[in-house]
Design a protein around this ligand. Sequence first.
Ligand SMILES: [Mg+2]
Length: 413
Amino acid sequence: MISRREFLTVAGGAAAGSFLAGRPQILQAAPNAETEFGRVKIRDVKTASVKLTYYDAHLVKVTTDSGITGIGEAYRGPGTIDWIHNIKEEVIGQDPLGIDYLFHKMMRAGSGADARSGTLTGAIAGIETALWDLAGKILNVPVYVLLGGKFRDKLLIYHDTGSPETVETGPWVEEARRSRDKYGFKAMKFDLNPFKGQRWNRTLSSVDMKIWVKILEAIRGELGDDFPLSVDLHWMYNSRDALKFIQMTEGMNLWFLEDPIPYENADALARITRATKVPICTGENLYTRHTWRPFIEKQACDIIQPDVQRCGGLLETKRIADWADLYYMPMACHNLCSPVGTIASGHVCAAIRTFVTLESDSVELPYWQDIIQHDGPIYQDGYLVLDNKPGFGIELNEDVCRKHLTDNRGFFE
Ligand SMILES: [Mg+2]
């Protein structure tokens, strides 16, 4: 803000040049000034895989000739690390600020003419995420600023609970209690799947349905009617049985119900979504905006659930969410990362208008929080609070990471 005295000085014609010379550098940004673009070049991309409860966290470090490094996390699963080392030649020597260009350069090089494949997309997302961290550090702003600015200061986290493999209601109620009271979560999800892997024909009997209703009623009894409670059916059932069960839950005020049928068929899911009052959610298995297209255009779900690392990275997530908002479909972000990928996801969630909640996985792992350096708990009272530091503001806890390495490439070697 220019003060009245400064304005009068300039308006009076007295030494406009000396006025500019006395201003902070940010107000001197003139057309001829040099920018940060073109000054930094990527030197290498390195990886470290750290054991989580069910998966490995594939961490990615992008180094530069300026000494600044960016940290990211790729999607889980075998083959990801190989893809990262296979594709990194596409970004070495490039300016890290050209993030979208480099994303498409990697996609084109890794698969014929931009064809999408799961592991490749998840690997590229790890590099893309680290590029955002680098960009924030080079430009000295948090990543959410680069993505358009934050809509909120803190993000509601929902807990993907350790759903008990039993039809008895007691352990389910105990799990809900532990999630709320021990970890402080204010929203949670249960995998209603006590018959894991046994139903090749995708049927769900009326006996099973009644057992699940009983389990949900018991959990509701513990949490109360207004606690955000959601259910994941893990793509297990046929359309008719899934719908019959979903309609039995319509009086339970479920927050959302996730993946009732296999994920590929947008028309089949749209049929279920239109036939029930329960909000239907899907998306963790979809890669890039291209595979999202039928689900958004057909309004196949009520709530979208992209996974930042699986769908291609931060910018791809924002593109998908902004597109879904044309149909007023909000976003509940999927996440199973270490704190690195969780906080990275948090930055894009902060910058997405329609964000509702971000998932938390593996938090029961004793060293989960300690993968990064932190003061106090990472989740505060059920929320992720983002700070104002450059990039993601993350420093790895090297001792903890080294202790739980799973890949023979070592710690960013
Ligand atoms: Mg799920």
